[in-house]
Design a protein around this ligand. Structure first.
Ligand SMILES: [Zn+2]
Length: 438
């Protein structure tokens, strides 16, 4: 019964009878049913004896040896032998070609895996496999549901971060005379920062309820195993964790603190140019030309560049140069404080550096520095937790990069549920063993 062509084709339950080339040179494989089970009624399991009719189906299949082949399966429709069986009649089916299927299971599986595991877009996978867009989308969803774990494994360090979904939409409000936001859609992602499981889940919105909702849906034992949670400086996440996992250590990493300090420097620079020069900065202003260097860490710049930066600021009119220098110094003091993370700093050392940052901020009359110091004070327990544990939310930020790449490759998503599924399969590829070149 088993011939060479059948072995080459490798479709269980189907026997290759003959291969001929059509006018375009495409191999057409005539197959017949080679499986006894196909004769049994799917409802009652009885073996049928009487043929109702013969039909021919042309399920699409994977290429053989790189060549597209066309299958032609001549199969029977049987009468069910059991009296009173609701099926009355049934068509032959095998695992690779279920009844009414227009694609073989392995083609469907390959198209779904191309999207979920190989990082192809739906359009690319559809083109590669000669399948329609909706078929690949459905194949992807089916494949994703089998490969993604239903429940995440225990996580020691959890990262929570928000990522914008699509673009915010604005309309002009005639009565208020201002622009108002009509749509600003967000996803909150939960990321495994210690075990490498990647993105565990995403929920819509960025409210406390959204975060607590996902966390309370996990078993209590799972929540108890979370020892630390890394967040950005967002009170929504803070209060959510306080409610659901009060025992977990909250950590704010240096990335967002540095961002905040740099923003203060930029705000001071802009305000000084505007108030002293009466216009926005331009290329002839030394402080505008050095705008990027001001937000770079001095520790990562050659010494002579730092000297030149300070010289330029001191050469500026005092009303412009002095406040910018004060803001830059405050930023650098904060960077020095953050640099002692992961060095097991002792308490005195931490407090000396913190005081060195606070004192000039308090003495200064720049509201930007007061605001920066107040924020640092508000989040100090979480920043201190970063200095002692060295935990960062970089894993979540890396995940966000993947999320954005997927969204751009897909030219945006209409359906947020599909977006979350695509995002999750893409961000768990390493954990699922699909990024290992070996
Ligand atoms: Zn039956």
């Amino acid at each position: 019964m088993v011939n060479d062509t059948t072995r080459l084709l490798g479709l269980d339950g189907l026997v290759a009878e003959r291969v001929e080339l059509d006018v375009a040179g495409v191999p057409v494989v005539d197959v017949s049913t080679g499986c006894e089970q196909a004769r049994c009624c799917p409802q009652c399991g009885q073996r049928a004896l009487k043929v109702k009719q013969w039909t021919t189906t042309r399920p699409r299949d994977l290429p053989v040896g790189g060549r597209t082949v066309r299958l032609r399966w001549r199969k029977r429709r049987w009468y069910c032998p059991t009296l009173g069986c609701p099926r009355k009649s049934f068509t032959e089916q095998v695992a690779q070609v279920p009844a009414r299927a227009r694609l073989t299971s392995r083609l469907r599986q390959a198209a779904g895996a191309a999207v979920a595991d190989a990082g192809r877009t739906i359009v690319q996978a559809a083109r590669d496999h000669g399948v329609s867009w909706p078929d690949v989308a459905a194949a992807f969803a089916a494949h994703a549901s089998t490969v993604l774990p239903a429940e995440p494994e225990p996580v020691a360090v959890l990262g929570i971060d928000e990522v914008r979904r699509g673009k915010p939409h604005w309309i002009w409000d005639e009565q208020a005379g201002s622009w108002t936001v009509t749509a600003d859609r967000w996803h909150v992602g939960f990321c495994d920062l210690s075990g490498g499981q990647g993105l565990l889940a995403q929920v819509e919105g960025r409210t406390t309820a959204a975060v607590t909702g996902w966390l309370t849906a996990r078993p209590p034992a799972w929540r108890e195993q979370v020892q630390a949670v890394a967040i950005d400086m967002c009170t929504v996440f803070k209060s959510a964790i306080r409610q659901v996992s009060p025992h977990a250590v909250l950590v704010v990493d240096h990335f967002h603190v540095v961002q905040l300090a740099n923003r203060a420097v930029t705000e001071v620079r802009r305000r000084m140019t505007l108030t002293q020069r009466g216009r926005r900065g331009r290329g002839s202003d030394p402080e505008w030309r050095m705008r990027n260097r001001l937000t770079r860490s001095a520790a990562r710049m050659p010494g002579k560049h730092v000297d030149r930066l300070i010289d330029t600021l001191e050469a500026l009119p005092t009303a412009i140069g002095a406040p910018i220098l004060a803001a830059w110094n405050a930023k650098e003091d904060l960077l020095d404080l953050l640099a002692i993370a992961r060095t097991q700093p002792n308490r005195e050392h931490v407090h000396r550096l913190l005081h060195r940052f606070y004192a000039p901020c308090a003495a200064s009359d720049l509201p930007e520095l007061h605001r920066l110091a107040t924020t640092i004070e508000t989040w100090w327990p979480q920043i201190l937790a970063f200095l002692t544990t060295g935990i960062t939310n970089a894993g979540s930020e890396g995940t966000n990069r993947v999320i954005k790449t997927i969204a751009r490759d897909a030219y945006g998503f209409r359906n947020p549920e599909n977006q979350r599924l695509r995002t999750r399969t893409a961000t768990t590829r390493r954990h699922r063993g699909h990024l290992n070149p070996a």
